[in-house]
Design a protein around this ligand. Structure first.
Ligand code: CA
Length: 232
């Protein structure tokens, strides 16, 4: 599943180089030349990751990172800081501000992509391209194939994304609101019962092999995917 990556970088040549490499790797790149523009873009749609230059005109990258970390809505968005500085003190400051990683310029596009992939795998497993398996149910985000005990399962696009999110965040309980944010997209105004409709469809598709039992309703809280039987 491609990741939506916000690139905040004021040097147009570096901005273009990063965007071209992200696109080549199958990601979606959104460009911002300063933190104020980035702020507006984040308000519109939450990115899967922010590549953030330290030295920006106006608000610095460090200050922008601080603000992202201070708000509940943006607190968990992974941040990779880009900087020309290589000093240990700055690196420590960047990481304590809440950056997930730190890349020093000049960097090779290959190194940057590897760092992005590592952070996504850790923080946004649904945006990484790893195949997942839970209790005999397998999902491959690259080929878009789902199998249950080796048998192909056919799913609609929403059910696929929903299953991918639940499988990459197994054992955790997700409220309907959280699922809407994560699967349908932030700021998408659909009713909470839409989640129930798609959960029902997903279970129906998994019924033949009994894998519908993996998707558990947690009364009063939401849904959970688990290989362990649900406690009633
Ligand atoms: Ca800069």
């Amino acid at each position: 599943m491609p990741a939506r990556i916000l690139v905040v970088e004021d040097e147009p040549a570096i901005q273009a180089l990063i965007a071209a490499n992200l696109k080549r790797a199958g990601h979606e790149a959104i460009a911002a030349l300063d933190a104020e523009t980035a702020r507006r873009q984040v308000d519109e749609v939450l990115p899967d990751l922010v590549l953030l230059d330290w030295m920006l005109p106006g608000m610095s990258g460090l200050e922008f990172a601080r603000r992202l970390r201070a708000e509940p809505r943006t607190r968990h968005v992974p941040i990779i800081m880009l900087t020309a500085r290589g000093e240990e003190g700055d690196k420590v400051q960047g990481l304590t501000t809440g950056a997930d990683d730190y890349v020093t310029k000049p960097f090779s596009p290959k190194e940057l992509l590897a760092r992005i992939q590592a952070v996504l795998r850790r923080q946004r497993p649904q945006a990484a391209e790893d195949a997942v398996e839970v209790g005999g149910l397998k999902l491959d985000p690259v080929t878009h194939r789902v199998t249950a005990d080796g048998k192909a399962v056919s799913l609609g696009p929403t059910e696929f994304r929903l299953l991918h999110f639940l499988m990459t965040h197994a054992e955790r309980v997700h409220s309907r609101v959280q699922l809407l944010d994560q699967v349908w997209g932030d700021h998408v105004f659909v009713e909470e019962r839409t989640v129930d409709v798609h959960i029902r469809r997903l279970r129906a598709s998994l019924e033949a092999t009994g894998h519908d039992a993996l998707i558990q309703t947690v009364r009063g809280s939401g849904y959970r995917l688990s290989a362990e039987p649900a406690a009633e």
